[in-house]
Design a protein around this ligand. Structure first.
Ligand SMILES: *Cc1c(COP(=O)(O)O)cnc(C)c1O
Ligand SMILES: [Zn+2]
Length: 414
């Protein structure tokens, strides 16, 4: 039977029980399938004939047959063979899985289409999350699509304007709590406890992870079931790396792929509890008090899914790396200039991390690598503008424009 299971004590709960933490030990939950049952489901459904998207994998999702899907066409993002960047980094086989191509511009949509579909199934009319950006942008859009109320709590301080504008235009009630992210999150849990009609769609929600595991499935499908050697992925709360790994292991158990890739998690230097645990060979993280990085989407000191992430990295014989803000911005610019892919800073950390691992000889020239870029560059236009050349003001005549473009010399030489 498909169920929710505690990752620690293995206590189980039904998929229609509204529980956010294990009632016995307080740890987080994950969705578990019985592999034989899953095999039967997917045989009936003929999923391979459906277009690549999250709902191609409907029989792999813990959603009832009768559910009304709340969808905006998420998933099915491009897996781009990146020859220019590959050459620059000295590897032959580099792919970019660009999650900025999702409906609201980040991979969060994969989780929210399933999470909000589940919320509707459970009869919820009001959804809530705490977020520094993309989660609220995505939740607001899916709540609008479903026609239900949406509240988002954002911490005080700077938040990337692209993301905030999305939550606002989709009609979410945006509350800026005078406190940090952890405090905002605490209020979300309290509200959920006090008001049973509000459904929580924070990072711990295991139905979101189910949607996000489709990212792992899609990579396999798009590579014709030839598993890459490694998948490089930015890590904040660590839900996504856990989700991708879950998808891959399910495909492996079903016999759809013959081997599993290494999972490589990248964190920003000022916010890297998981990378530090991995590098020091620890099974536990030490939370970072005041996480700092320009990559706001991964500025998280106490990642909720750290256990799942460490497990994914260890089980896959992968690794973790940290990158500086400077390296992140450099990677963002390079990717935009030589591949035409504009991503937000957090996303570029996977590219920056890969570069470092190649230099260190941990990733090798002939390996097939997939880098996940998690969100679109327009999410944070300020950062992009700050590190680009300003528009050049010119007089309104052709000679002035030609001079500025260095075209005059050619004309004079003629
Ligand atoms: C949420 C997010 C991340 C971090 O993902 P986690 O699941 O929290 O590790 C990275 N990049 C972007 C753009 C995001 O929106
Ligand atoms: Zn438990």
């Amino acid at each position: 039977m498909v169920r929710q299971e505690c990752i620690n004590c293995k206590a189980t709960y039904g998929i229609d029980d509204i529980v956010y933490f294990c009632k016995k030990c307080g740890d987080i939950l994950e969705i578990k399938f019985d592999i034989n049952e899953l095999t039967e489901n997917i045989d009936i459904y003929d999923w391979k004939t459906k277009p690549i998207s999250v709902w191609r994998y409907r029989p792999f999702m813990p959603i009832h047959e009768s559910a009304k899907l709340i969808t905006l066409g998420e998933g099915g993002t491009g897996l781009h063979h990146s020859e220019h960047l590959g050459t620059e980094l000295c590897i032959n086989n580099l792919y970019i899985k660009n999650e900025g191509e999702n409906p609201t511009g980040s991979f969060k949509d994969r989780g929210m289409t399933v999470g909000v579909t589940k919320a509707i199934e459970l009869g919820a009319r009001h959804v809530i999350c705490a977020s520094t950006g993309n989660t609220s942008a995505s939740l607001a859009a899916y709540a609008a699509r479903a026609g239900i109320r949406c509240t988002v709590l954002i911490p005080s301080g700077k938040i990337a304007y692209g993301k905030l504008s999305q939550a606002m235009i989709h009609g979410a009630k945006v509350l800026q709590v005078k406190g940090n992210f952890d405090e905002a999150l605490e209020f979300v849990f309290k509200l959920g406890e006090k008001h049973k009609e509000i459904y929580l769609l924070n990072s711990i929600n295991p139905f979101r992870i189910e949607g996000q595991k489709s990212l792992g499935y899609e990579i396999c499908d798009q590579l014709n079931y030839e598993t890459p050697d490694a998948i490089v992925i930015p890590v904040g709360n660590a839900g996504n790396i856990s989700a991708v790994w879950k998808g891959l292991t399910e495909f492996y158990q079903l016999g759809l792929i013959k081997k599993l890739p290494k999972m490589i998690g990248i964190q920003a230097q000022g916010s890297a509890p998981i990378a530090h645990a991995i590098k020091t060979g620890n099974d536990k993280i030490i939370p970072v008090e005041n996480p700092e990085t320009i990559a706001t989407a991964i500025r998280i000191g106490a990642p909720v899914s750290w256990k799942k992430a460490i497990n994914a990295i260890q089980e896959s014989h992968g690794t973790a790396e940290t990158v500086t803000d400077e390296e992140i911005l450099d990677a963002q610019k390079t990717l935009a200039r030589i591949e035409g892919i504009f991503v937000e800073p957090a996303s570029a950390s996977s590219i920056a991390g890969l570069k470092k691992l190649i230099k260190k000889g941990i990733v090798l020239e002939n390996e097939k690598i997939v880098c996940i870029t998690t969100g679109h560059g327009l999410k944070d236009p300020d950062t992009a503008i700050k590190q680009s050349e300003k528009p050049i003001e010119v007089d309104a005549n052709i000679e002035a424009i030609e001079t500025t473009l260095d075209l005059r010399k050619a004309i004079l030489a003629r």
